[in-house]
Design a protein around this ligand. Structure first.
Ligand code: ACO
Length: 326
């Protein structure tokens, strides 16, 4: 028994924000952003919300799989930028698409969120608790970054990607995942508003004027990614017994082109096996892996039986790699 990806979908806001547009209000340049990150533009939600993007991606994934919303057993939504803290995004999606028979809850593992959702769905399906799941990564990061901070706001964009998975003969083969909470302050966001008159912690945060925006130590995250991701991929290869030469595609979290190129070099693999779309979308956190997966799927670039490694890494710090037969 395994868990197979039967359909994919994605949704991207229509508003494009180019590097040139950022030059208009930030001390930055298209050349700097392209050279350091590989990002040329990103999309920003205007009329769209995290829920509307997620629901659209989910409906497309269901359509691709030939399924109806009422057939869904489980919805797992990965996000760090939901429209509200509760009800959770997965419940909002359930209502929006009419998946009335599904259990629904969120996973917060930042940029590794979609991967952790896939691994969780696989565990449920393998043990027989559910027969299928809709997994989705959705973000409107443009609302939580500081648009005066050139070192972070240039990196992120909005979007959603989803996959419908179900029990099958083959699909997810094995995975490794983990977390390093001791490094959590490398990438964090505190809740900006607090209402309690009792908390000394909240008062201290008010005093230090913690921004409530996403904060990042870019170089620490970079070092973490280029060491932890190759390590996770090596480990999952050992667990599956796959040779690197057998892997057809490495679908990695789209944070930065230099990170992905460095990982390819460290693995001794060809860069062309690492597709990228971050030039167009920037870093969409939990949405980046499923959006790329959907683009490759719809372009006919994934063939049944091909061997794929998915790998995500992000705030937490969280990381993982999952081996999948397409
Ligand atoms: N435009 C122009 N100059 C800039 C910009 C900008 N947008 N941002 C920073 N700079 C300046 C800095 O102020 C600094 O100037 P100084 O030398 O005068 O002090 C200089 O450029 C170098 O800054 P660094 O931070 O050292 O630049 P670095 O080469 O490390 O690149 C970056 C920064 C792109 C953020 C890099 O560290 C990185 O990619 N880190 C990985 C983090 C990442 O991708 N995070 C995404 C979220 S996490 C995730 O998805 C898992």
């Amino acid at each position: 028994m395994a868990t197979r990806i039967m359909g994919t979908g994605s949704a991207i806001p229509s508003r494009i924000v180019t590097n040139q547009e950022l030059e208009g209000f930030l001390d930055t340049s298209d050349a700097w952003i392209q050279e350091r990150t590989g990002i040329g533009s990103r999309h920003a939600a205007t009329t769209e919300t995290t829920t509307s993007l997620a629901a659209k991606a989910c409906l497309k994934a269901l359509e691709d799989a030939g399924k109806q919303p009422e057939e869904v057993d489980l919805i797992l939504a990965a996000t760090v930028s939901p429209d509200c803290t509760f009800p959770c995004l997965a419940c909002e999606i359930q209502a929006a698409i009419g998946a009335d028979h599904a259990t629904a809850y969120d996973i917060n593992a930042a940029c590794a969120g979609f991967l952790f959702a896939l691994n969780s769905a696989d565990a449920y399906i393998r043990c027989g608790m559910y027969r299928n799941a809709l997994i989705v990564g959705a973000e409107v990061l443009t609302k939580i970054v500081d648009w005066n901070d050139r070192s972070t706001c240039i990196l992120f964009g909005d979007g959603a990607g989803a996959a419908f998975v179900q029990e099958a003969e083959e699909g997810v083969v094995d995975m490794v995942q983990g977390a390093n909470g001791k490094k959590g302050m490398a990438l964090y966001r505190f809740e900006a508003r607090t209402n309690t008159p009792f908390s000394e912690v909240a008062a201290a945060m008010e005093e230090t004027k913690d921004s409530g925006y996403l904060e990042m130590n870019g170089q620490e995250v970079f070092r973490f990614a280029v060491s932890q991701v190759p390590d996770s991929i090596q480990k999952v290869l050992e667990r599956t017994g796959w040779e690197k030469s057998e892997v057809d595609h490495y679908i990695l979290h789209q944070a930065n082109a230099r990170i992905i190129q460095s990982i390819a070099r460290r693995l001794g693999e060809l860069e062309e096996k690492f597709p990228m779309n971050l030039h167009q979308y920037g870093n969409m956190s939990s949405a980046s892996i499923p959006v790329l997966l959907d683009e490759l799927n719809r372009a006919g670039k994934l063939k049944r039986g091909e061997k794929i490694i998915l790998s995500g890494f992000g705030a937490g710090l969280t990381y993982g790699a999952t081996a999948v037969i397409w």
